[in-house]
Design a protein. Structure first.
Length: 498
């Protein structure tokens, strides 16, 4: 017997015995199948698409009453087109809506070029900013000024983008000139630039700082190329060394006063170590070596030089055009210790020598040491070989020649005593200047035979640097006489008086 393909209904064939039970079974199968079908509704039909389990699950997740929603356009506090918000009306967002917990970032505002840190700069700004700015003096026409003492720090590991207010690598400036640029033009307080030890390849320049205060550069073992202070009221520089070979080491001009302390300029160069012009200065405990001028002062400047050192300069101290140096203690030495062109170098007393010590003044004293024979009618040089003092080394005791170190007026006092002279006897002393007879400064006539006759000469003469003086004795007699070697009665004194 065969069966149907879908429901398995029995189909008896011609040779099969028809069983009533088979017919009843087929009827039960059909009844059950028809009972599970959905009745067809007029005008309705099932889709030709498959309905899957996944689609059933998706439909099960849709809330009751949900539908296919399209957001409408909106106006009011929030203006929108469709479901996209495009603008918020003014005054809608209040302070409570924007706070630190909101976490608004600069990238959400404008193009995002303003950082959160920059927004912080606005903290404390009051209303009416434009009015406040309008009330400020214009920077172009009105100089800014200090309101309190300020200190900036400079370090070799600093950065010029720092604020310079901390002595750390992250806080200090890298260059001294950057720190100078932060100081207002009018300084009514103390503006300090503290520089840590090291080498700074800078030509440091400060200009036009005025006011009732001062700017001070404080350092220890700080090396720079050069330092210039121009038209500043008062500057202090302490602990710096200049190593330039192409300019002056320290140069201050057209200002009020500068203090140069514990500084040095020891690199050999054909430029001054310290130059002061048109202002006053206090230079102390500093050293200058190997320069054409150690310390040079001009243009009516007044400088105090205290306990300074140095060597191998062309000229140690030099003044010109009304400049004055008041010195105390050691000073930079030079091939020429001191020089002047219409200036003054003094230890504190203004006198013809510009000092108050004989040690720095042209001054010699010498006398005889043995009897010197004088031939009649012959000019014989007086030698005076015993030197009592010679401040500048100008007397040659062997040759009997005085060589002036500096131009000026010189006072001369010479005495020679001839012993046991015969009659007639006339004796005189003459000065030879630069090897030629210049003047007779003393003449004596003997009154009795066998007596001692002294001839004394006193005079002034002008000399240029390098000019020489020699002293000759001449007697009109009939025989040789002797000039005593006793320094009490045969002696020479020369001193520069102007």
């Amino acid at each position: 017997m065969q069966t149907t393909g879908n429901l398995g209904l029995k189909k008896p064939e011609g040779t099969d015995i028809v069983d009533i039970a088979d017919l009843n079974g087929n009827m039960d199968i059909l009844d059950n199948a028809v009972n599970g079908k959905v009745d067809k509704v007029t005008g309705k039909q099932l889709s030709s698409n498959d309905y899957t389990a996944a689609e059933k699950t998706k439909l099960a997740g849709i809330a009751t009453g949900a539908n296919n929603y399209v957001h409408p356009n909106h106006t009011g506090d929030v203006i929108s087109t469709g479901d996209g918000g495009t603008a918020i009306a003014a005054g809608v967002i209040v302070n409570a809506d924007v706070n630190a917990s909101a976490g608004i970032e600069a990238s959400k505002i404008g193009t995002g070029v303003v950082s959160n840190a920059e927004f912080g700069y606005l903290d404390g700004v009051t209303s009416g900013i434009q009015g406040q700015l309008n009330g400020k003096a214009p920077l172009v026409t009105t100089p800014q000024q200090t309101t309190a003492d300020i200190t900036y720090y400079v370090r070799t590991d600093g950065n010029d983008t720092n604020n310079g207010l901390a002595n750390t690598a992250a806080g200090a400036f890298k260059t001294i000139n950057r720190a100078i640029g932060m100081i207002p033009q009018v300084v009514n307080h103390t503006a300090s630039i503290n520089v840590t030890s090291g080498t700074y390849a800078e030509d440091v320049r400060i200009s036009g700082k005025v006011g009732g205060g001062h700017v001070q550069f404080m350092g220890t073992s700080v090396t720079i190329r050069s330092f210039v202070a121009e038209r500043c009221n008062r500057i202090v520089i302490d602990g710096f060394s200049a190593n330039t070979t192409t300019s002056m080491g320290f140069n201050a001009y057209d200002g009020g006063n500068i203090d140069i302390k514990n500084c040095s300029c020891g690199t050999t160069a054909n430029y001054p170590g310290i130059n002061i012009a048109g202002q006053n200065a206090d230079i102390r405990n500093s050293s200058v070596s190997g320069r054409n001028f150690g310390i040079i002062v001009g243009s009516a400047s007044i400088v105090t030089s205290l306990e300074n050192t140095g060597q191998a300069n062309g000229v140690g101290l030099y003044t010109s055009h009304g400049g004055s140096i008041y010195k105390y203690g050691s000073q930079p030495s030079g091939i020429t210790p001191e020089g002047s062109l219409n200036g003054i170098i003094t230890s504190g007393v203004l006198n013809p020598w510009g000092d108050n010590t004989t040690n720095s003044r042209s001054n010699i004293a010498c006398g005889g040491s043995a009897t010197q024979t004088i031939v009649p009618l012959t000019f014989t040089k007086l030698l005076f070989p015993s030197v009592y003092y010679d401040r500048l080394g100008e007397w040659n005791a062997t040759t009997g020649i005085f060589t002036a170190k500096a131009a000026g007026i010189y006072a001369i006092d010479v005495m020679a005593t001839c012993t046991s002279v015969p009659l007639p006897f006339v004796v005189q002393i003459q000065i030879y200047k630069n090897g030629a007879r210049d003047q007779c400064i003393g003449r004596t006539v003997a009154s009795a035979s066998g007596q001692d006759v002294s001839v004394l000469g006193v005079s002034n003469t002008d000399l240029s640097a390098g000019h020489t003086l020699e002293f000759y004795i001449y007697h009109y007699g009939t025989s040789n006489v002797g000039v005593t070697g006793d320094g009490l009665f045969s002696h020479l004194r020369i001193v520069k008086v102007a």
